[in-house]
Structure formats: C-alpha cells, structure tokens
Design a protein around this ligand. Structure first.
Ligand code: DAH
Length: 339
C-alpha cells in the first residue's frame, strides 16, 4: 500500500508540472481530486488494510492529500493570475513603439521647393482643379484648334450647359488668375494637382503634381530666368549638378526652353534612365509671351517676365532615386518609411 501511495505521489508530481493553463488545471482536478479520482480510490483501499497498519498508512495518505491540495491551490493561483495578466506584466520591458505617421515624400519635396523659392522672395499661390478652356488654354495663347493643345491629353467634364469645362492639364492657368488679380511685380510659385488622360506607367500617371513659377516686373530678362532656375536646381539637386537650357516650344512663352540636369545615375555618361543622352529633363520655362501679358491686362511694353513649370513627382524621383512613379502612390510602408 505504501508503495502504491509513493507511485501515486510520483504521478501527481509529474502531473503538477504540466499545469499551466485553466484546461490543464481542470484535467488534473478530474484525474486526482474528484470522488472517483486517484486519491479517493486510495482512501477506499484503506478498508482492506490490516488494522494495525492503518494509523501509519493513514498518516502517509494524509500527507499526500495535504501535499496535493497545497500544490494544486498554488497552481490554481498561478494560472488565474496568468489569466488576468497580473503576474506577466513586466514593467521593465521596453514598450511597443507605436507607428507614427510622417510627411509623404511628395509633400516633403513640395515643402523643400517652397522653402527654396521663399528664400528667393517667391510667395505661394493656389488655383482650382476644375478649369475652363479660357484659363487652361486660350488665355495662355493656345488658340482653338491649335495643335499644341494635343501636347496635353485633357479630361473634359460633361456639363449640359457648357462644353469648355475640364480638369486642368497643367498649373499654368494659375498664372492667368495671378496676373488678372494682381498688379506687377508678381513673384509667385503655384503648386497643385494636374490631370491628363494618359496611361499609367513607370514614368507617367493620369493625376500628378506640378509647380508653376511666375515673375513679372519691369526689365526682367532671360538671364534672371536662368539664374533663378539654376539656383533652385542647385539647392534641390546639389551644388555640383550640371544644367543645360535647351530651346523648346510652349505657346505661352517666347523664347521657350527646357532645362536638363546631368543624369544622376550615369553622371552624364549615358545609361538606360537617360536614354543614353546623359541628360534628364527637369523643367519647362521661358519668357512670358506678350499675348499672355496682354490677355491679363499687363502692358508688354512696360513689363516682362518669366515662367517655369515642373512635375513634383519627377523631382521626388530624381532626388530619392525611386525609379517607378507608381511607388509614390501605392502607400507601401516599406517604401514610404524610407523617407
Ligand atoms: N505647363 C507646361 C506643361 O505642363 C510646363 C511649363 C512650361 C510651364 C513652360 C511654364 C513654362 O510656366 O514657362 O508641360
């Protein structure tokens, strides 16, 4: 009998070690502590123990019972505390660092652009996304049926009363609104969202951002334009970047130019990104066309000025090395959190 009690104690000790949650606690109780459990079974076997041995065996059995009850209640307490989390709260552990949002790379670029131009005395103005033909094209010296309108594939808005409403295809209409509402000198940049009916590819989106620049005063020359754009571009892309002004055409400027920067990837030697030319286009610009000044009530014999426009996504891509414009809109934290 003593031996049976010893064996049970060993089993109980092993079973105690397996208690770590409410389920294993219950399994233990059902096996050992209920009426049909192992302990009770031994109590029943006491009946067949010879009388003279009863006190001694009864004592050993009682010790086992006390042992089990003590350890069971300890285990129970442990499991219950674990359940409420009291025991497991370790205040010395480092906390969970919450994900904190940050400024999107496009907005970061725009903030930097605004900062640089503010340093050169430019204010910031905004226009409207839904424009009419007059501001988006006509006042900018795109006559009706002018082939240059095809340079920008426009989203028109269906309206029963008007057929000249569209999503602006560039930020240049804000120039018109600026000049119509302000007397020179005018020195502003005009950032905003623009829309074009274009296929979405690694290089183009149907919805993107531009910054327009406008400086109108007496005696403004192409040299001022070159100085301003070059100064901006050096601050944006680095002091040792190189630029060229390549003759180009825009209806609203004369003369017009496009500015190229030496390719950041091949440093001008020619590669896939710059299509082996060594240069990447960054900006359109020119001297504001006299017709545009006249359309806005500014006398081109007294005033002159320059304008420029460029895409913000493109600046972001050049400055960060992101090589697919779509990455900027997919909100993939693996990409966004790098900036
Ligand atoms: N609006 C032109 C475009 O979207 C960019 C541009 C070129 C703006 C020359 C200008 C400029 O102000 O002078 O392609």
């Amino acid at each position: 009998m003593i031996e049976t009690i010893q064996q049970l104690k060993t089993v109980i000790e092993q079973d105690l070690a397996t208690i770590h949650d409410p389920a294993s606690l219950e399994t233990f109780r059902l096996k050992h502590l209920v009426k049909k459990g192992t302990l009770q079974e031994l109590v029943e076997q006491m009946r067949s123990v010879p009388k003279e041995e009863k006190p001694m065996i009864g004592k050993v059995l009682n010790e086992l019972r006390n042992f089990v009850e003590l350890h069971f209640s300890e285990a129970k307490e442990r499991v219950e505390q674990k359940d409420t989390g009291i025991e497991t709260l370790d205040v010395t552990l480092p906390g969970n660092i919450p994900m904190i949002g940050h400024v999107h790379p496009i907005r970061q670029t725009l903030d930097r652009i605004i900062d640089i131009f503010a340093g050169m005395g430019f204010s910031v103005a905004e226009g409207i996304d839904i424009e009419d033909d007059y501001h988006n094209y006509e006042a900018l010296n795109f006559p009706a049926d002018h082939p240059a309108r095809d340079m920008q594939d426009t989203f028109f808005i269906k309206d029963q009363k008007r057929n000249d409403v569209m999503l602006r295809s560039h930020t240049s209409p804000v120039q018109i609104r600026m000049m119509k509402n302000h007397q020179p000198p005018i020195r502003s940049i005009m950032p905003g969202r623009v829309y074009r009916n274009e296929a979405v590819t690694a290089r183009s989106l149907a919805e993107f951002h531009q910054v327009e620049g406008l400086y109108i005063d007496k005696g403004v020359t192409f040299a001022d334009l070159k100085g301003t754009v070059t100064s901006f571009a050096k601050q944006m892309y680095g002091e040792d970047s190189k630029f060229t002004f390549r003759p180009s055409y825009f209806p609203f400027t004369e003369p017009s130019a496009e500015v190229d920067i030496n390719c950041y990837l091949c440093k001008g030697n020619g590669c896939r990104v710059c299509k082996h030319s060594g240069w990447l286009e960054i900006c359109g610009c020119g001297m504001v066309h006299p017709n545009v000044l006249r359309n806005c009530g500014i006398d081109p014999d007294i005033y002159s000025g320059f304008a420029f426009g460029f895409g913000i996504e493109r600046v972001t891509m050049l400055a960060t090395g992101i090589d697919d414009i779509r990455h900027l809109y997919e909100n993939d934290m693996r990409i966004l959190s790098q900036f």
